[in-house]
Design a protein around this ligand. Structure first.
Ligand code: PLP
Length: 285
């Protein structure tokens, strides 16, 4: 089936969708992005994703290229043209194309807007969640503003590959104080031995995951106790359960960390229930 991408006002066949070599996203990772889950062809949590996008644009001082409403139309069109039932839609906005110079270009340079969509394999994801995944820990060597969703993801790329090279699926970043910050492309959670859910507080050291926010709503609505605080790797090894959250994985149970078995080595009841209930709390557009 043909794929289509949106590039600066045009819907193009995928093979023709190209960006200039002097795009600042390519040259400097001077761009921001969003990834939104698609279910039954509909965007999940669009409003919150656009709120975060607006914040990323404000923090990086990249101009909002069009209204969130217009961007929503673009995303829906990309989803429809690619006939996505279940999958993800990706949106990237860079500062635009200009002669290579770190300083901002003039106001005549328009941001570059790209959107793509691709299907996900639901059966494969469910099978993965039924088994749970293994993660490794890696030093958090990222910059001090990972709360901004920029396309500068090299530490995340290297962390993820290190995990794969070691036979694991993902990596959890650990800061210099031994506190788990988050996963390479997800937020990290544990269920402590006393049953309290723990996930790191959202400051500048983690990305404020939209899935994390929805899971917090779900947890509170269900009367579970949650603590938004840092937890150590040692706490994670001894946790009853562990899991990570992201738009592409929703709630993914973690059953091994650095070779330590978590709980009984199977996905735990809290993670399973949150995964099952998640879409009751998410907004469907
Ligand atoms: N943390 C990082 C570093 C990420 O890259 C992501 C998603 O890509 C997340 C957390 C989870 O965010 P969300 O739930 O909005 O997908």
């Amino acid at each position: 089936m043909s794929r289509y991408a949106y590039v600066n006002g045009r819907y193009l066949p995928f093979r023709d969708a190209k960006i200039h070599i002097e795009d600042r996203g390519y040259q400097f990772a001077d761009g921001v992005y969003e990834v939104c889950e698609v279910r039954a062809g509909r965007l999940i949590d669009e409003r919150r994703h656009f709120e975060r996008l607006k914040r990323s644009l404000t923090e990086t001082r990249i101009r909002m290229p069009m209204s969130p409403r217009a961007l929503g139309v673009v995303l829906r069109e990309v989803v429809a043209r690619n006939r996505i039932g279940y999958g993800v839609v990706y949106l990237q906005i860079s500062r635009g194309v200009a002669r290579r110079d770190p300083a901002f270009p003039g106001p005549e340079v328009a941001p570059t807007v790209v959107a793509t969509a691709r299907p996900l394999n639901m059966m494969r994801n469910e099978a993965l969640a039924a088994r749970g995944i293994a993660v490794i820990s890696v030093p958090d060597n990222r910059w001090g503003r990972v709360d901004i969703k920029t396309v500068g993801l090299l530490p995340n790329v290297l962390a993820r590959q290190a995990a794969i090279d070691q036979g694991a699926r993902d990596a959890w970043f650990v800061d210099k104080d031994g506190i788990v910050t988050e996963a390479a492309s997800a937020n990290a959670w544990i269920v402590a031995p006393d049953g309290i859910l723990v996930t790191r507080h959202a400051d500048r050291a983690i990305l404020r995951g939209i899935t994390r926010a929805v899971v917090l709503d779900a947890v509170k609505a269900q009367g579970l106790t949650v603590a938004e605080r840092g937890f150590t790797l040692q706490e994670a090894y001894g946790a009853r359960e562990a899991f990570e959250t992201s738009a592409t994985q929703i709630v993914m149970p973690v059953v091994r960390i650095d070779g330590h078995t978590i709980g009984d080595g199977k996905p735990g009841p809290v993670a399973i229930a949150l995964r099952r209930e998640f879409h009751r709390y998410a907004e469907t557009g």
